[in-house]
Write a protein that binds this ligand. Sequence first.
Ligand SMILES: NC(=O)c1ccc[n+]([C@@H]2O[C@H](COP(=O)([O-])OP(=O)(O)OC[C@H]3O[C@@H](n4cnc5c(N)ncnc54)[C@H](O)[C@@H]3O)[C@@H](O)[C@H]2O)c1
Length: 333
Amino acid sequence: MIKFGIIGYGYWGPNVVRNLTTLEGGEVVAVSDKSPAARRRVQKTYPGLRVTADASELFTSTEIDAIAVVTPVWTHYELAKAALENGKHVFVEKPFTSSVAQAEELINLAARKNLKIMVDHTFLFTGAVKKIQQLLEEGALGNLYYYDSTRVNLGLFQHDINVSWDLAPHDLSIMDYLIKDSPEAIVATGQTHLNGFEDVAFITIYFPNKIIAHINVNWLSPVKVRTTLIGGEKKMLVWNDLEADEKVKLYDKGVHITTRQGLYDLLVNYRSGDMWAPQIEQVEALRQELTYFVDCIAHDRTPFNDGVAGLRVVKLLEAANQSLSKRGALIYL
Ligand SMILES: NC(=O)c1ccc[n+]([C@@H]2O[C@H](COP(=O)([O-])OP(=O)(O)OC[C@H]3O[C@@H](n4cnc5c(N)ncnc54)[C@H](O)[C@@H]3O)[C@@H](O)[C@H]2O)c1
């Protein structure tokens, strides 16, 4: 039984606490939140559960094996560091840290202490992403051409980070998981309209072998869109996460270019075949992820969404900010 302390019971924290309280192999010992209103909500939902304003009580508790850090990103480094220094495994929300240097320090600290870090890249545990990963691994799409993701809606404005640090960690972690190559360069453009942080951003990532990725994140969209297109030489895929059924559709469409014998003009052949919607596993991704974390701790395994995976995403976010500040300068990674 792995015993948890959770820090942060705002918007996302209740999901982490709910799952951990009902998980086989996991148990919640205490929850910490600075906000009295948040602490009242914990007490109302879980009467009898230990609740405290002071997170250091969790770090020093001999009862606790692992800490979940579910607070705003600027607090992740300090809280995760204190947890690791006190011998606790950590589950840290996305994005892992505010900088590459912080992420590297936490990774080294965890390695020295033989402790696990898991970064909450929740989407990697969804049925849709698992299915897409399987299709790519089987070579269903052939050589990849592009990855193009749109994640836009109205709000929720964050007060400490721009839209790319808020929303793009999802897309970057999925992209990192699906495209195994290391990105070569990044370009990001965006604009600040309301609170000094970019609320609209367009990020382009260059990979080897002519693979290109594009991520569109926006807090000022009148409608919510969660759509990813993945184009390959053999087939093309559309993932609409807002669809109740048939979230993933695989199109047998493509383009084939030949040169007519003896002539110099190109022949462009379009192939337009069947569409297939594979069965997608219906699971609560966070629950699967926390089950996996407990299993990794219990069996001393390194999670695939570990601190190093979190660092890869933070590296891209940091480079995107660099590019944003120079109105789309090409940043080599
Ligand atoms: N994985 C996902 O799909 C997902 C979804 C939403 C949010 N998140 C991430 O979760 C984290 C929290 O986001 P949120 O939307 O829940 O934020 P939030 O502001 O709603 O809640 C954060 C809570 O942490 C508390 N807090 C802050 N510092 C504290 C400290 N030192 N000690 C104790 N309590 C402290 C605040 O009082 C607040 O109640 C962010 O990193 C965010 O990116 C992840």
